[in-house]
Design a protein around this ligand. Structure first.
Ligand SMILES: Nc1nc2c(ncn2[C@@H]2O[C@H](COP(=O)(O)OP(=O)(O)OP(=O)(O)O)[C@@H](O)[C@H]2O)c(=O)[nH]1
Ligand SMILES: [Mg+2]
Length: 398
């Protein structure tokens, strides 16, 4: 064969080979794109990331997302109706011990302690001691009826023990107050899982009592106990509410499931619990919209949220948030919320801002619902488990 013919044959073979490999490559790459798109994914939402309820619960890992998916999610984020919250680095939660210390320091020096110091410094027990004691308890928000009963019991115990000096009344009052709050009540937050289902805590209460803040602080408390927590923004009343909760999620390092503004709160709660089940978290905490306890339709909505959630997983704790600064009003709220959703515990917030604190005694005595948590400020660690003896000691002073 002459060299020119040989060259032509080699060139032809090379061209055919190049065409074949080009066709094979393009086929292979389109098949792998299809595989990425069709791959079933069920990755847990990243800590601190907010997950839209309509996004569903499964979220592909970032590395395997196609660029189209990525663009879509960027667009979704850009279309959020409110500004993105400031991203805060997750904080290390405080230990339970230092929370209790904070509880002591924030409670000490309350007004009741100061007026009792005056009453107990007298040299004899007369009618004015009893009336002053009753007035002081009423002023501290203990409530008229409860105060009368407490004074009558202290008086009877002092008489039968032959106590004649006012300073000796302090110990009697201390034990009567401790009994009134009932130290034998279970004050733990019920977060026991049943099988594969997470515990569900619903946070309820009237407007502005501190529900969202308490939800965030409770998440921090549970994270400090090494529990996996997920937040559900079932306050769909205004967009800023979900944003506020998602910011708390970022702050304490837990994911938040949220829906669109004005969407059905029950469906967002449902999606959050669904995500909790799929991602095997320990506790789902649902923040709900503030509602006036006197508005029947809003109370019915709350019952619906609970009913819908319980189609998947029992609500293990319904936490009623009461603002300590609203005093006896809190009692009326507690009664109606208890009727609508069977409140299992009270979180008393803003105790740092109240000079009183006696509302705890009224709630316990008159409703029998245990106060389980107290809010002592706006920080992530400003929530402490309620401890009866510590509370009474700090309330009456020493
Ligand atoms: N000092 C103090 N402030 C608190 C405490 N808990 C909440 N707050 C503040 O109270 C205000 C209302 O708190 P939120 O958590 O938004 O109340 P909310 O019940 O969710 O309000 P709505 O959703 O509008 O009903 C915020 O400024 C909080 O920082 C507390 O224990 N102490
Ligand atoms: Mg709120």
């Amino acid at each position: 064969m002459d060299p020119i013919t040989l060259l032509v044959i080699v060139a032809l073979v090379a061209t055919v080979t190049a065409i074949i490999s080009l066709v094979t490559y393009s086929k292979r790459s389109s098949t792998s794109d299809e595989l990425v798109d069709q791959a079933p994914v069920a990755a847990p939402p990243a800590a601190g990331r907010s997950v839209g309820a309509d996004e569903g619960t499964a979220s592909p890992p970032a590395a395997s997302r196609s660029s189209a998916d990525h663009e879509a999610s960027v667009l979704e984020e850009e279309q959020l109706p409110v500004a993105k919250p400031e991203v805060l680095a997750p904080v290390e939660p405080d230990t339970e011990q230092s929370r209790m210390q904070r509880l002591r320091s924030r409670l000490s020096g309350k007004a009741l302690g100061r007026s009792l110091a005056t009453i107990f410094s007298g040299d004899r027990i007369d009618a004015s001691v009893w009336s002053d004691l009753q007035d002081s308890l009423i002023i501290a928000d203990v409530g008229v009826e409860s105060s009368e009963e407490i004074v009558a019991t202290v008086r009877e115990l002092a008489r039968s023990a032959g106590v004649a000096a006012p300073p000796d009344l302090r110990d009697i009052l201390r034990s009567v107050l401790i009994d009134a709050i009932n130290p034998s009540m279970d004050r733990s937050i019920n977060i026991s899982r049943s099988g594969q289902e997470p515990a569900v805590v619903m946070v309820v209460g009237v407007n502005g009592t501190g529900k969202t803040t308490t939800t965030g602080k409770l998440a921090s408390l549970l994270v400090s106990r090494d529990l996996d927590v997920l937040l559900g923004a079932a306050d769909t009343f205004r967009a800023a509410a979900a944003e506020q909760l998602a910011t708390w999620g970022e702050r304490v390092g837990v994911p938040t499931v949220r829906g669109q503004e004005s969407s059905d709160p029950a469906s967002v709660a449902f999606e959050a619990v669904k995500a909790g089940i799929e991602n095997e978290v320990d506790v789902v905490i649902l923040d709900t919209a503030g509602r006036l306890h006197t508005k029947t339709s809003l109370m019915d909505e709350l019952s619906k949220v609970k009913r819908v959630v319980e189609k998947q997983s029992p609500v293990t704790e319904v936490l009623l948030v009461i603002d300590a600064t609203t005093g006896q009003n809190g009692l009326a709220q507690a009664r109606i919320f208890t009727d609508a959703v069977n409140v299992t515990g009270v979180a008393l917030t803003k105790l740092d801002g109240s000079a009183k604190g006696g509302i705890i005694i009224a709630i316990q005595r008159e409703l029998g619902v245990p106060v389980k948590l107290v809010g002592l400020g706006e920080g992530a660690d400003d929530l402490a488990p309620f401890e009866v003896v510590t509370f009474v000691d700090e309330l009456i002073g020493s």
